[in-house]
Ligand binder design. Sequence first.
Ligand code: TMP
Ligand code: MG
Length: 194
Amino acid sequence: MTNHHSGRVEVICGSMFSGKTEELIRRVRRATIAKQKVQVFKPEMDTRYSIKRITSHNGQDFKAVSVQNSEDLLAKVEAETTVIAIDEAQFFDPGIARVVEQLAAQNIRVIVAGLDLDFRGEPFGAMPILISGAEEVEKLHAICMVCGEDASRTQRLVNGQPARYDDPVIMVGAAESYEARCRQHHMVPGKPDA
Ligand code: TMP
Ligand code: MG
């Protein structure tokens, strides 16, 4: 089996509906063709489609292992693995940043996908730290549902109205509760200085 010369960290970030999981799957498929031993992980709480697969909004999917937290992820890494992909990284505990560094130090290529911003437009979980440590960061954009410009943010809607700043950060969902928006059309009632 061909191996990597050195470990590295790649982050794929951006708003919901920007194609993060689709891009993660594309890289994982290419790595598989290159005969790498790939493992895909996701947090157990992301139950939207299946606990044994990751699925993009456009319906592509790939087999994945659900893990409870960063420690559980590390425990499930197999000896022969050369490429690790992690989807929905924003949902992991802060320990994920160290785990990713540790894997890269073991010559593993780590591909991480996640939301850089929550519905309030604030950094989500350990994503800022993962982004800072990465060799490569790709920020994807969706399309603003109001004006059609590039969308960098995710609007949460509750009964069709913008969710308030003090709403809970974690709420698993898709198009029924969220849409992509540009900076100008992203609304967060109750946000300080907004
Ligand atoms: P996606 O990036 O693959 O579309 O999935 C994002 C998941 O994160 C989805 O289940 C909704 C959830 N989410 C939150 O829990 N809080 C948030 O603030 C946002 C924007 C999304
Ligand atoms: Mg996704």
